[in-house]
Write a protein that binds this ligand. Structure first.
Ligand SMILES: Nc1ncnc2c1ncn2[C@@H]1O[C@H](COP(=O)(O)OP(=O)(O)OP(=O)(O)O)[C@@H](O)[C@H]1O
Ligand SMILES: [Mg+2]
Length: 251
């Protein structure tokens, strides 16, 4: 499903949420929506209710979402709120956010991911996988033997499977256009066969047809594609909220 996320668009397939009273009457559980709104406000996120609604459902129900938007449109801001709401709903959150410098560093993205996994999960991996991942992440010296190319992707899948076997997991991948190729390939392998009800994936990227394409392709259904459009009025709204009328202080 592809949904345009401009200021006037609504979430496809869902009733208009023009007022909270409407929500109550339609019998949807308003508690989560209220909480999402409050959370968004607490994190200074303006607008984006549609996108947050979709991402909130992905956290609750599983599947995946791909958020595409030009620089500065609020992808990371949105994902920060998703991170918080997932934690509040008892999900283990794994969050990866590479910089442009990481793109050329093999396994930089995986290093960030694995650093958030408990040692006990790492220790339970089969020895060849643990060894291969340790070498890939520069935690161990290579022992001279050839490393099976599948060992690292299998290790990543093993780690994720263990984690979501114990509790639901939300994996947040920000700035996917900067994920290094080795991490992309391992994640694409690992995510191809996960249980989407236990591990939901929220990925954000700048528009770039090639970036992370192999990863995006394997993300589980239902896979929502959200294209963020500019919110023309958020700058003025945020400056008014901070006590400044646009163009000067409020009298
Ligand atoms: N909806 C919003 N409400 C409040 N602030 C916003 C919103 N969207 C963007 N901003 C502000 O704009 C700035 C850029 O937002 P953000 O970093 O989330 O954009 P981005 O899409 O992740 O950009 P990039 O592609 O460069 O990573 C931040 O200071 C953020 O606080
Ligand atoms: Mg960002």
């Amino acid at each position: 499903m592809t949904v345009g996320m401009g200021p006037l668009s609504r979430q496809a397939g869902k009733p208009s949420t023009g007022s909270l009273a409407t929500l109550d009457l339609r019998g949807r559980v308003p508690q989560n929506d209220l909480m999402d709104d409050e959370l968004a406000a607490a994190y200074g996120l303006y607008g984006r209710e549609d996108a947050l609604g979709v991402l909130s459902d992905v956290v609750d129900d599983g599947g995946s979402a791909v958020v595409i938007g030009e620089p500065g449109l609020g992808k990371s801001s949105l994902l920060k709120v998703v991170d918080q709401l997932a934690q509040r709903r008892g999900r283990r959150v794994l969050s990866v956010g590479p910089t442009q410098f990481d793109r050329g560093l093999p396994f930089a993205g995986l290093a960030e991911l694995v650093s958030q996994c408990p040692d006990s999960a790492f220790d339970r991996l089969p020895v060849p996988q643990r060894r291969a991942l340790s070498v890939a992440l520069q935690r161990a010296d290579p022992d001279g033997d050839d490393v099976d190319a599948l060992a690292v992707p299998l290790a990543v899948r093993g780690l994720l499977t263990q984690l979501y076997g114990a509790e639901p997991v939300t994996l947040i991948l920000d700035d996917a256009q900067w994920l290094d190729q080795a991490s992309l390939a391992s994640l694409a392998f690992a995510l191809r066969t996960i249980d989407p009800r236990r591990l939901s994936v929220v990925l954000a990227s700048r528009p770039d047809p090639g970036a992370a394409a192999e990863l995006i392709r394997v993300l589980a259904e239902p896979r929502h594609e959200l294209e963020l459009k500019p919110l023309p009025d958020w700058r003025s709204a945020s400056c008014c909220a901070s006590g400044w009328a646009c163009g000067g202080p409020r009298r």
